[in-house]
Ligand binder design. Structure first.
Ligand code: 13P
Ligand code: SF4
Length: 304
C-alpha cells in the first residue's frame, strides 16, 4: 500500500468519526475503497445496513440506484455518493413512463422491479427484489403472472425457479450480458477441475452452463463454505479482492476479462474524503416518488 493511500485511509477514518458517518461499499468497488468501508456487501446487504444504521451520514460507494435506495430507507440521514456520475446503464433501460405503458398492456401482472432501477421506476412497482432474494420474493407473491423489470436475464432465472408466468422487460447489464458461452467453454477447458459460479445477470445459456448462480454475497459465502479449491467466477472483477483475501487457500479465476463495470470504478478514496468534508454530492429522492418507491422496497425487506 502506498504512503498516499495510507494517508487517505487515515483521513477517511478521522472524517467518519467527526461526521458520525458509515462507509458502505459494494463488492465491485476498487480495493482501497473496500479497505475504507465499514461494510462491504451486495445490493441487498447495503440496503439493509442503510435502513438500520445509527450513523448520521451514509457514504455509499457504489452506483446511483444504491445511494437512492439508501436515501429511501434512511430518510433522516445524509446520503452521499462520492462520484455522482456513477450510474447503472441497466437501471437507465427503463423509465417510469415506459413502465406505466407496459403495465396497461398487462393489467393482471404484479410488477416486480430489480433494485437496479430509479426511485421513479420503483414507485410504479408492486415490489422490489435483489439478486439475493428474487426467487424467494417472487415465490411469496399471491399471483400467477409477473412483469419483471428491467433485467431480462434475472427475469429468466426467476422464471426457471418459480411457477409464475414471467413477462420480462428488455433490459440487461452491459457487463454480465457480454459473457458468452464461448467464454464458459474456454474457462472450463483451461480449468477443468474448477467449479463455475456466475451471477444471474449473465445470459441464460451462461447460467445454464454454470454450476451455481448466486448474488455477489452469495458467491462470497459459497466460496468460503465449499470444499472445492478452484473456482471460476462469473461476475464483476471487483469481487476477486475479497474472494482472495478471505480464502487464501483457494484459487479464483475470472470467467472473462470483460467483466469490468466502469461505473463501479469511479469512486476513489480522494472522492470519499471530499464527500465527507463537504457533505456533497448528496442524494435525495424527489417528493412525488418517495412514498411509492419506499413502499416497494419495504415490502421486499419484510419478505426477505
Ligand atoms: P448484487 O451485489 O446484489 O449481486 O448485484 C450485482 C450488481 O450488478 C449490482 O450492480
Ligand atoms: Fe449496473 Fe451491471 Fe454495473 Fe451492476 S455491474 S452497476 S448492473 S452495469
Amino acid at each position: 500500500m502506498s504512503e498516499r493511500t495510507r494517508q487517505l485511509l487515515a483521513r477517511v477514518k478521522e472524517l467518519k468519526a467527526w461526521r458520525n458517518a458509515v462507509v458502505l461499499a459494494h463488492n465491485y468497488q476498487i480495493e482501497e475503497v473496500q479497505d475504507a468501508a465499514d461494510y462491504i456487501g451486495d445490493s441487498f446487504g447495503l440496503s439493509r445496513i442503510a435502513a438500520e444504521t445509527k450513523a448520521d451520514v451514509v457514504v455509499l460507494c457504489g452506483v446511483h440506484f444504491m445511494a437512492e435506495g439508501a436515501a429511501l430507507l434512511a430518510p433522516d440521514k445524509i446520503v452521499l455518493l462520492p462520484e455522482p456520475l456513477a450510474g447503472c446503464p441497466m437501471a437507465d433501460m427503463v423509465t417510469a413512463e415506459a413502465l406505466r405503458e407496459k403495465r396497461k398492456q398487462h393489467p393482471g401482472a404484479t410488477v416486480v422491479t430489480y433494485v437496479n432501477s430509479s426511485a421513479a421506476v420503483k414507485a410504479e412497482s408492486d415490489i422490489c427484489v435483489t439478486s439475493a432474494n428474487a426467487v424467494k420474493v417472487v415465490n411469496s407473491l399471491d399471483c400467477e403472472e409477473i412483469l419483471f423489470v428491467p433485467d431480462k436475464n434475472l427475469a429468466n432465472y426467476v422464471a426457471k425457479h418459480t411457477n409464475k408466468k414471467v413477462i420480462a422487460w428488455e433490459g440487461y447489464c452491459l457487463v454480465h450480458h457480454r459473457v458468452s458461452s464461448d467464454d464458459v467453454h474456454k474457462a472450463r477447458e483451461a480449468h477443468p477441475d474448477a467449479v463455475l459460479v456466475v451471477h444471474p445477470e449473465c445470459r441464460p445459456e451462461v447460467v445454464a452452463a454454470s454450476d451455481y448462480a448466486l448474488s455477489t454475497s452469495g458467491i462470497l459465502q459459497f466460496a468460503g463454505e465449499t470444499k472445492h479449491r478452484k473456482l471460476i467466477i462469473g461476475t464483476e472483477m471487483g469481487i476477486m479482492y475479497r474472494l482472495r483475501k478471505e480464502n487464501p487457500d483457494k484459487v479464483f479465476y475470472l470467467l472473462s476479462q470483460g467483466l469490468v463495470c466502469p461505473n463501479m470504478k469511479y469512486t476513489t478514496l480522494g472522492k470519499i474524503v471530499q464527500a465527507l468534508e463537504t457533505l456533497q454530492p448528496r442524494i435525495t429522492v424527489p417528493d412525488n416518488v418517495r412514498d411509492g418507491a419506499r413502499r416497494a422496497l419495504l415490502r421486499m425487506l419484510e419478505i426477505a
